[in-house]
Write a protein that binds this ligand. Structure first.
Ligand code: GLC
Ligand code: CA
Length: 543
């Protein structure tokens, strides 16, 4: 039996923005339950929920104050149990977010650690400063700025690789490992299918020596990215806990992961798959600091490299940290639907587990640009402080700041064309809705046979019914520019996928234009067999 994560696709729910059941403007668990039929009908099998634990929401739930409680806004543990039950009835599995590089500074462990109480004294990474007013080392936070905060209570500094409201746990302390194992067991025993492990390749700080260079963010990472101790911890979580649950999923969010470490995560059962960032950097300039130009061939090269070298990929174009993919890698104007479908085709036909971020199946866009000072995203504010020091025009600054604002992709899900898009009955949702034409929502797209939504359904069915897509090998066909062409083969059968990720028609190379075989799926007007229209898609059964 193949594990479900090889055959089934994942849908990411950002609970705060998915569906609000009680009219307070914030999504919640009963809201999710009310949409399970929609999700089952879409054809996904696994739902990953961004954090729903008790949290002051400084980083929107990625700052946990109690791993054993559900944040009140989202409901209760009983609601969560009903979600598990209702999901199960529909053949859906639930994956939770495991955020254990850090906790919230409101977590009782941290509060007690501040007072020096045992056994919490060493749950976090406290050190004396180099001198008064000088932190223990020169590391910078992933959100920019110093990675240390001074606390007078202990006359020490604590490490935070993210915001200062997110103190890093001390993974040299065996008690921390024990706590985390208990948390995992608690949810697995409830019937949770697995975890998406937040920034999991940076939890183990090998040394606290100064970092090299002048990096405004992540300086020092050579001392904590994917160290031997990190691999060993993940393997231990597998041996002690995960290996006791038959079919389960552990997917790591792995910042700046490289191919050798990625291969090791998989080969050694440390993770089932991991999110690489390589393809998210193809449209960035200045080491990721500024938005750059998107070239489809760059995306293709990176994706193909991972297809060839990593036995199983976590495939994604969107999540709660990244801008929407249509305006980013496609076209939000004339070719909005076509480009959404082209991207969907790549996502769902490459080798690995596809992750669909809520609303992606509708071709949703980002929220409109806004005054950056009104953002609710803590990261956008710290990047804002950094960018304030770089000279640029007002207009450019506005654009750059908005490009980093994670609020944009967190705009509420669009269920219908009403004022609040069927997300809430409140006067005001917690975030304004995305750019919209009133047509890209569940209600309208369900009715339209040519909608992005119905295309996702078709593709998910196709993927489910053809082992080539789920279990097959990947073989690229040599092509230039924006044309993606690859074969997926399993046993004796094989399919050919052709996608034009550009707004210009592309001529197929001779050897591809002659290909016969039944057409399993095609999008875009066929002018002639040798040409793929803008954002056109064709999938052939070869044998
Ligand atoms: C991950 C999350 C992101 C969060 C960060 C710190 O990257 O996806 O939303 O801000 O970790 O927990
Ligand atoms: Ca609510």
């Amino acid at each position: 039996m193949q594990p479900l994560w090889k055959t089934g696709a994942v849908y990411q729910i950002y609970p705060r923005s998915f569906c609000d059941s009680n009219g307070d403007g914030v999504g919640d668990i009963p809201g999710i339950i009310s949409k399970l039929d929609y999700l089952a009908d879409l054809g996904v099998k696994i739902l990953w929920l961004s954090p729903i634990y008790k949290s002051p929401n400084f980083d929107m739930g990625y700052d946990i104050a109690d791993y054993y409680q559900i944040n009140e806004e989202y409901g209760t543990m009983e609601d969560f149990d009903s979600l598990l039950l209702e999901a199960k009835k529909r053949g859906l599995k639930i994956v939770m977010d495991l955020v254990v590089n850090h906790t919230s500074d409101q977590h009782p462990w941290f509060q007690k650690a501040l007072k020096g109480e045992e056994p919490y004294h060493d749950y976090y990474i406290f050190r004396k400063g180099k001198k008064k007013d000088v932190p223990p080392n020169n590391w910078t936070s992933m959100f920019t700025g110093p990675a240390w905060e001074y606390v007078p209570e202990r006359d020490e500094w604590y490490l935070h690789l993210y915001d200062k409201a997110q103190p890093d746990l001390n993974w040299h302390n065996p008690k921390v490992l024990e706590e985390v194992e208990n948390i995992i067991r608690f949810y697995m025993d409830k019937g949770v299918y697995g975890f998406r492990c937040d920034v999991i390749n940076q939890i183990y700080k090998e040394t606290l020596e100064d970092g090299k260079g002048i990096a405004p963010s992540g300086r020092g990472s050579e001392h904590y990215l994917m160290k031997e101790g990190n691999h060993q911890i993940l393997r231990k979580l597998y041996d002690d806990v995960f290996s006791h649950y038959e079919d389960h999923l552990v997917v790591g969010e792995t910042i700046n992961v490289d191919i050798p470490n990625g291969q090791r995560f998989l080969a050694n059962n440390e993770l089932d798959m991991f999110f690489s960032f390589a393809h998210m950097n193809v449209d960035k300039a200045l080491g990721g600091l500024l938005p750059g130009k998107f070239k489809p061939e760059k995306l293709k090269d990176v994706l193909y490299q991972y297809q060839k070298e990593i036995p199983w990929n976590a495939l994604y174009f969107e999540n709660h940290d990244q801008p929407r993919s249509v305006p980013r890698f496609g076209d939000e104007g004339k070719y909005r639907d076509a480009s959404a479908k082209a991207l969907a085709t790549i996502l769902l036909t490459l080798k690995g587990t596809p992750f669909i971020y809520q609303g992606q199946e509708l071709g949703m866009l980002n929220a409109p640009d806004k005054d950056p000072s009104t953002s609710l995203d803590c990261c956008a504010h710290s990047i804002g402080k950094l960018i304030a020091k770089i000279p640029m025009t007002k207009k450019m600054r506005f654009k750059v700041l908005n490009s980093f604002d994670r609020d944009r992709c967190r705009a509420p899900m669009s269920f219908d064309g009403s004022e609040n898009r069927g997300f809430t009955n409140a006067d005001k949702p917690w975030l304004p809705h995305a750019k919209d034409d009133g047509k890209h929502n569940v209600l309208e797209e369900t009715k339209d046979p040519n909608s992005v939504l119905n295309f996702y359904k078709k593709l998910l069915k196709l993927r489910q019914n053809h082992d080539e897509f789920t279990l097959g090998e990947f073989e690229p066909c040599p092509t230039k520019g924006a044309l993606f062409a690859y074969r997926r083969y399993h046993g004796m059968s094989s399919v050919l996928v052709l996608v034009n990720l550009s707004d210009k028609p592309v001529k197929l190379p001779d050897y591809l234009s002659k290909i016969g075989g039944a057409l399993l799926l095609s999008e875009g007007d066929i002018v002639d067999r040798g040409t793929l229209p803008p954002y056109g898609v064709r999938i052939h059964q070869l044998s």
